[in-house]
Design a protein around this ligand. Structure first.
Ligand SMILES: Nc1ncnc2c1ncn2[C@@H]1O[C@H](COP(=O)(O)OP(=O)(O)O)[C@@H](O)[C@H]1O
Ligand SMILES: [Mg+2]
Length: 278
């Protein structure tokens, strides 16, 4: 039996773990006993949390506390050292089969990451492609969408991010704020269920931050996409997220509603971190 044959068996083992009542909706994202090491450096250990469908969670914490690593694990850009991540109750990169931790096949990994989109600090657009080509590439080549449909949807998305008429531009002809809005449109073109935002305004000149945040606020207001957001923009975090998780050295120090965490945190480390960034 190859790993590709394990889907049904895995569903059985999933329900055997006793998560929730039968028929209950699985969390959109679940980290279970996640361990991540880079060489000897243990970056995440015994990390457990879950995110409900449509919930928007902001991750805060000092540099090096593991926030980017968490997003990159969800995007399967990093290999999990131990533990499991589930998306909609389905394993993302590893699953448990007959008591053993087994790597998912590359094919299943690709399928499980299709629901996930990510926007990076440094945009990561394809520099040799136009704006339009950047956006339609994955819908055509990964989802197999007909080109006409991909183009039409790209045009709608460009309108939405305020870049109507720029589809033939190259990334180098755009401001950082415009490039980041293209990157957001590119992520949305895959119809993600989960959107990962990693300090998406940190590389921008201050006067360009607002245009990117307002696009993201609009997406948060008008869709039910589940979001994991790493940002130092605390007002934005308050406006869009229902939950803030404070990390230090790969562990959750505390979590709660943004009104609570930002105004009246329980932990010294959270207070120190917030006074340093605010
Ligand atoms: N590719 C990598 N190779 C080695 N160490 C890494 C790599 N990526 C991250 N790290 C280490 O993992 C820790 C967490 O990093 P990161 O997730 O980027 O933190 P944050 O995003 O909170 O600043 C840091 O100690 C960092 O040096
Ligand atoms: Mg980071």
């Amino acid at each position: 039996m190859t790993t590709d044959d394990h889907t049904a068996a895995d569903r059985v083992s999933q329900s055997d773990t006793g998560d929730g009542a039968p028929g209950a909706t699985a969390p959109t994202i679940e980290f279970r006993d996640v361990l991540k090491r880079f060489g000897d450096n243990t970056v995440l250990e015994d990390l457990n949390f879950s995110v409900d469908p449509g919930q928007r969670v902001t991750l805060i914490g000092p540099s090096g506390s593991g926030k980017t690593t968490i997003l990159r694990l969800v995007m399967t850009l990093e290999e999990l050292t131990g533990g499991y991540i589930f998306i909609d109750g389905e394993p993302l990169a590893y699953e448990r089969v007959n008591g053993k931790r087994v790597r998912l096949s590359d094919k299943r990994r690709r399928e499980s990451t299709r629901k996930i989109g990510m926007v990076f600090q440094h945009f990561n657009l394809f520099p040799n492609m136009t704006v339009l080509e950047n956006i339609i590439e994955a819908p055509i080549h990964v989802l197999g969408r007909p080109k006409e449909q991909a183009v039409q949807s790209a045009q709608e998305l460009l309108e939405r991010v305020g870049l109507r008429g720029r589809m033939d531009a190259r990334p180098s002809q755009l401001s950082g704020g415009q490039q980041q809005r293209v990157a957001i449109a590119r992520a949305l073109a895959m119809d993600p269920e989960v959107l990962l935002l990693d300090e998406v305004t940190s590389a921008l000149d201050p006067e360009l931050v607002g245009e990117v945040l307002s696009v993201l606020e609009d997406i948060a207001d008008t869709t039910d996409i589940t979001m994991l957001i790493v940002t130092h923009e605390m007002q934005f975090a308050r406006d869009v997220s229902q939950r803030v998780m404070m990390f230090d050295r790969g562990r959750i120090v505390e979590e709660g509603h943004p009104d609570k965490i930002f105004s009246d945190p329980d932990h010294r480390r959270t207070k120190d971190f917030l006074s340093a960034v605010l």
